[in-house]
Design a binder for this molecule. Structure first.
Ligand SMILES: Cc1cc2nc3c(=O)[nH]c(=O)nc-3n(C[C@H](O)[C@H](O)[C@H](O)COP(=O)(O)OP(=O)(O)OC[C@H]3O[C@@H](n4cnc5c(N)ncnc54)[C@H](O)[C@@H]3O)c2cc1C
Length: 404
C-alpha cells in the first residue's frame, strides 16, 4: 500500500492501545490518517504481555462502577470485549476495579475498530526510522517496510511508540530512570496441569517462593512473583518480576527463573504436582521506558490530591503502583471516589509544533508514571491526542479551542 512518497493529514506511530485509539479518533474526526506498527499485530504490551486486566478504566470507589470514567471510543472497546467474553465482568481487586480480558480478544477488537474507519490506513511490519524537521515542524517521517525505505509527509504526527522513539528522533528532550530506580520489568508464563486450584493459591505461591528465596533455594528475583488462576480449571499465570537491561541474557534468565519456580512449586504444592509451562508473554516486558518532557509534567502530588486542570482531558483514578526492585509493589491511593485529570499539556512535546505524544510516554514524573501507564488511561490519552490532532489539522492555530 505504500508508495515511495505518501502524504497524509495525521501519522500515528505505534499500534499499541494508545496508538490505535489515536488513529481511530483522528480518522473519525475527518483526518486522512496512517497508523504504523513495527510488529505484525496491534495492541503492543496489552496484546503481547499476557496481561489479565485492563486497569485505569473505572472510578475507584466503594460501589461497582456502572461505566468507564472516560467516555468515547474506550466505551466501544469495553462493549466489544464484553460481547466477545460476557463472563469477564468488572472485578474488584482490593481497593480498585479492573476489566478482565484476553490478549486475543483485544487484538480482534483493535483490528476491527481500525478496519471500520474509511479514513484510516494501517501499515503493519513498518517501522519509523527517521524524522526530518523544518524549523519546529516535522515534515517527513521515513519508514522501513519489507527491506525498503519509504517517505511519509504528514501534516501532524502522534508518537505512541511506548518509548518516545519519534519524539527523540525529532530532537525532543526525554527522561529515562536509572537502573537503580526504574520499575521492575515483567515476564509471565502460562501453566497447565494444575489440580484442585482455589483462590488461596494467589497467596500460597508468593509465600512459598519468598520462603525459598530466604533459604537461598531460589534466586532473589523470584521473591516478587505473583500468581493468578487461569480461564480453565487446570491453568494458571505466574508473573515474574525481572531487573536489568533489555538483553538476550535477561531473556534467558527470565526463562531459567520460570523453570526454577515451576519445578520448585511442583515439589512443594500438591496443586502444582503436574504443572508445566505452556506459553509466555512475548518476552520480558519493560514496565517503565522513556517519557518526554512536555509543556507540563504531572507529579505524585497532583495525582494524590485529585488535581483538576483547565485543560484536563483524561480522568484517572488508578493508584500510584510502583514495582520497586527492593520493596516489590507499593501502592499509593487517591481518596475513594476521587480522580485526577491529565492536562493536555502533558501530551505536547516542547518546541515541536505538529507533534503530540500519547500513551505511557507522556510528560509525567517517575511516580506519576506508575499511575498513568495503565491501559485504560493510555487508551483515553490516545483518543484525546487523535481528536486534538484532527482538529488542529483542520483549523490550524493553537490546540486551545479543542479542550476549552
Ligand atoms: C509487565 C507489565 C505488566 C503490566 N500490567 C498491566 C495490567 O495488568 N493492566 C494494565 O492496564 N496495564 C498494565 N501494564 C501497562 C500497560 O500494558 C502499558 O503501559 C500500555 O499498554 C502501554 O500502551 P502504549 O500504547 O502506550 O505503548 P505500547 O503498548 O508499548 O505500544 C507501543 C507500540 O509502538 C510500536 N513501535 C515502537 N516503536 C516503533 C517504531 N519506531 N515504528 C513503528 N512502531 C513502533 C511497538 O511495537 C508497540 O506495539 C503492564 C505493563 C507491563 C510492562
Amino acid at each position: 500500500m505504500l508508495k515511495t512518497n505518501t502524504n497524509c493529514d495525521v501519522l500515528v506511530v505505534g499500534g499499541g492501545v494508545s496508538g490505535v485509539l489515536a488513529a481511530a479518533a483522528s480518522a473519525r474526526n475527518g483526518a486522512r490518517t496512517i497508523l504504523l506498527e513495527k510488529q505484525n499485530v496491534l495492541g503492543g504490551v496489552g496484546a503481547l504481555g499476557m496481561l489479565r486486566y485492563i486497569c485505569g478504566l473505572y472510578l475507584c470507589n466503594d460501589n461497582l462502577p456502572a461505566d468507564t470514567l472516560n467516555s468515547g471510543i474506550i466505551r466501544e472497546i469495553v462493549s466489544l470485549l464484553n460481547k466477545l467474553s460476557p463472563q469477564n465482568k468488572i472485578t474488584r481487586l482490593g481497593k480498585v476495579f479492573a476489566l478482565p480480558y484476553s490478549g486475543f480478544n483485544l487484538q480482534y477488537v483493535l483490528i476491527s475498530l481500525c478496519l471500520d474507519e474509511p479514513n484510516l490506513t494501517v501499515l503493519l511490519d513498518t517501522t519509523a526510522i527517521s524524522v526530518d524537521k523544518k524549523k519546529e515542524t516535522i515534515n517527513r517521517v521515513s519508514v522501513y517496510h519489507s527491506a525498503k525505505q519509504y517517505d511519509i509527509f504528514p501534516k501532524a504526527v502522534i508518537d505512541c511508540t511506548g518509548n518516545a522513539d519519534v519524539s527523540i528522533m525529532a530532537g525532543a528532550s526525554y527522561k529515562i530512570e536509572s537502573l537503580n530506580n526504574i520499575q521492575l520489568a515483567g515476564y509471565t508464563v502460562l501453566l497447565k496441569g494444575l489440580r484442585n486450584q482455589d483462590a488461596m493459591l494467589s497467596i500460597k505461591v508468593p509465600y512459598c517462593l519468598t520462603e525459598a528465596v530466604k533459604n537461598n533455594i531460589l534466586p532473589p528475583a523470584l521473591k516478587f512473583t505473583s500468581y493468578s488462576i487461569g480461564d480453565a480449571p487446570d491453568e494458571g499465570y505466574c508473573k515474574l518480576s525481572i531487573n536489568g537491561v533489555n538483553s538476550a541474557e535477561r531473556e534467558l534468565k527470565a526463562r531459567e527463573y520460570a523453570l526454577a519456580a515451576t519445578g520448585y512449586l511442583s515439589r512443594r504444592l500438591p496443586e502444582f504436582k503436574d504443572a508445566y509451562i505452556t506459553g509466555s508473554s512475548m518476552g520480558v516486558m519493560d514496565r517503565e521506558k522513556r517519557r518526554i518532557y512536555g509543556e507540563f509534567t504531572l507529579t505524585e502530588e497532583d495525582i494524590l490530591s485529585g488535581r483538576k486542570f483547565h485543560d484536563g482531558v483524561v480522568k484517572n483514578s488508578w493508584p500510584i503502583e510502583i514495582w520497586d526492585k527492593n520493596k516489590g509493589t507499593v501502592y499509593k491511593y487517591l481518596k475513594a471516589g476521587d480522580y485526577y485529570e491529565i492536562p493536555f499539556r502533558c501530551m505536547r512535546v516542547k518546541h515541536i509544533r505538529n507533534l503530540l505524544c500519547a500513551g505511557r510516554i507522556i510528560s509525567v514524573s517517575h511516580e506519576a508514571y506508575a499511575s498513568t501507564r495503565v491501559m485504560g488511561t493510555c487508551m483515553a490519552l490516545g483518543e484525546q491526542a487523535g481528536r486534538a490532532t484532527a482538529y488542529w489539522v483542520k483549523h490550524g492555530g493553537t490546540f486551545a479551542p479543542f479542550y476549552s
